[in-house]
Design a protein around this ligand. Sequence first.
Ligand SMILES: Cc1cc2nc3c(=O)[nH]c(=O)nc-3n(C[C@H](O)[C@H](O)[C@H](O)COP(=O)(O)OP(=O)(O)OC[C@H]3O[C@@H](n4cnc5c(N)ncnc54)[C@H](O)[C@@H]3O)c2cc1C
Length: 326
Amino acid sequence: MSVLAIIEHDRGTLTSASLGVLTAARNLAQQMNTTMEALTIGANADALRSVAAQYGATVVHQAHHDALTDFGPEAWGEAAAQIITSLSPQLVMGSGTERGHEVVAQIAARLDLPASMNCTEFDSSFDGTQPLKVVRARWGGSLLEQAEVDAPIKIVTLANHTVEPTEAPTTSTTNVIDVQLDASVLHSIVRDRVERVAGVTLATASVVVSGGRGVGSAEAFAPLEELAALLGGVVGCSRAVTNNGWRNHTDQVGQTGTRIAPDIYIACGISGAIQHWVGAMASKNILAINLDQEANIVTKSGYAVIGDLHKVVPAVSAEIRRRRGV
Ligand SMILES: Cc1cc2nc3c(=O)[nH]c(=O)nc-3n(C[C@H](O)[C@H](O)[C@H](O)COP(=O)(O)OP(=O)(O)OC[C@H]3O[C@@H](n4cnc5c(N)ncnc54)[C@H](O)[C@@H]3O)c2cc1C
């Protein structure tokens, strides 16, 4: 009996969401008076054993099979389901990412168990003997639902950016498990990928400078690019921008875009509609630049400049350059 944390990675590169999962799973294991164990999928993730130990996993189970080199939801789900069947943990936690949700949905379907996705809170009195009360984010985060997971194995995902990762180093043992996979689980496997040559991604950037309809055109994003570059950040946008074809969907922040959690979010000419806000609300500091002091994003942000972004953004960049003497 244990709590099992599923570590998400891409060819051995850990996702930051996994650290939150390890932390939350460890916290639950402590209150349940049991151990937190971790599961890595594919031999190229074996090196993540030390990270799992650093975050408190007492055993790291390593699922091995040639078909697990690259991500494939059915193969990963089947491998995890086989291991869960043999280990019988009390609780299984995956990450609240697209991949994490796919794998956990596959596990739940294969084991014929319910799964509760995108949990933001867990009952602090849960000791493993009763149904698990959770709060989970629904409808893109605009609704928080209280739910109870009543099943022999509680299967959940942790909503991204809800738990601050904290280390709790321990000594761990390794358990290599060769799983059996047949051709029926090899339908979708990542075969090719576009590698980022350099720079940070929207999801992990510490500074995001976003533009909305108020920017006015694709070309008018140049000053936002400049400000982002000065701050070592990236450019994001609202859906009005992607709908207009000014920027790619990969830059979109929000319910149907990327959820971000930068240290600083600078929202320029964005009204802050709920579908945008749910993707930006985990930002630690928000600066809104908007003509409208009643705009939703202005009322929710910690800092605001009421003015024309076409004047304010270049002025901010000029001030940064002046202070740096460049
Ligand atoms: C199912 C669904 C999913 C959605 N998913 C997303 C999503 O993932 N992300 C997302 O962003 N939206 C999403 N939307 C769309 C969302 O509802 C809004 O329509 C969209 O976010 C509005 O974009 P905006 O703020 O850029 O534009 P607007 O709402 O038009 O706001 C423009 C803002 O710019 C300001 N402004 C104008 N000119 C200037 C200027 N010169 N200087 C300063 N300020 C200026 C205005 O005062 C205004 O506040 C979704 C909608 C639906 C129905």
